[in-house]
Design a protein around this ligand. Structure first.
Ligand SMILES: Nc1ncnc2c1ncn2[C@@H]1O[C@H](COP(=O)(O)OP(=O)(O)OP(=O)(O)O)[C@@H](O)[C@H]1O
Ligand SMILES: [Mg+2]
Length: 241
């Protein structure tokens, strides 16, 4: 049993350098996320409440950036959204949003039986709810595969239009695939000049093995050279395929 009593984030400072969507984002960034949002919205027909997992093959390919910005983008069209930081090893969702990372998911899941309060925090800057990763646990995978985790995602799907789950990399740990029974669809982020074809093959193979539903791919371009970046200020580009 747990309650949905929400807290508001006390820390209202967020840093635009953390690459969050805002009115100052470049046209190409705004358009890319609108396209991603539209495609996600039209995917999974027939489902009212959707749980989307965001994965990639390796570390640092843009999963958390895509997760947070997709959540912000969906909130901009008045969807009720919660983002869950399931990367309990190297969590970044809370810090990207200028929030505290604790208490969070791990603290909630590690709690023994009984009444538990869900560590959901409202981010008033972006109108999204956030479940931070929490205290770094000794064995995150054990928490991910617990029945409480499955129950939590199911419960969130009742309350929210979109549950966005930010995962650690698929070729490094098996956490993402473990939740394939409750994640309605996965987005795979591929980073330009970083994600190798064999790593992508392995990612897809592992997700397929778990009977996961892959919705599509987000192509994240690497920053252009410093010179180009300064000239165009369009260092940040996403495409949905
Ligand atoms: N298109 C981009 N242009 C420039 N920097 C980017 C881009 N996408 C991501 N980054 C930066 O790269 C770093 C890694 O991004 P992010 O944290 O989103 O990746 P991740 O896949 O979640 O990493 P991890 O596997 O460690 O959780 C961050 O500092 C982020 O700001
Ligand atoms: Mg991340």
């Amino acid at each position: 049993m747990f309650s949905f009593k929400k807290k508001n984030s006390k820390n209202k400072v967020f840093n635009p350098e953390k690459m969050l969507l805002s009115e100052n984002s470049s046209f190409s960034v705004l358009e890319s996320f609108k396209t991603l949002r539209t495609n996600v919205t039209f995917s999974l027909p027939g489902l009212k409440n959707r749980c989307i997992g965001v994965v990639s093959a390796n570390r640092g390919e843009g999963k958390s950036t895509v997760s947070v910005n997709l959540a912000i983008s969906l909130a901009q069209i008045d969807k009720k959204v919660v983002i869950v930081d399931c990367d309990m090893r190297i969590p970044t969702v809370a810090s990207k949003l200028g929030m505290e990372n604790r208490p969070g998911l791990s603290d909630f899941l590690a709690e023994e039986d009984g009444y538990r309060e869900l560590p959901v925090v409202s981010n008033l800057d972006f109108n999204i709810d956030v479940i931070p990763a929490g205290t770094i646990p000794p064995d995150p995978t054990k928490l991910i595969e617990s029945p409480q985790m499955t129950e939590l995602v199911k419960a969130l799907k009742v309350v929210y239009d979109y549950v966005i789950v930010d995962f650690p990399p698929v070729t490094v740990v098996s956490d993402a695939a473990m939740l394939s029974n409750v994640i309605d669809g996965y987005l795979i982020v591929a980073m330009h000049n970083s994600t190798g074809t064999s790593q992508m093959d392995e990612t897809i193979r592992r997700l397929n093995f778990a009977n996961a539903n892959v919705l599509g791919f987000v192509y994240n371009s690497k920053p252009a050279s410093r010179k180009t970046y300064k000239k165009n200020s369009k260092y940040y580009y996403y495409e949905y395929r």
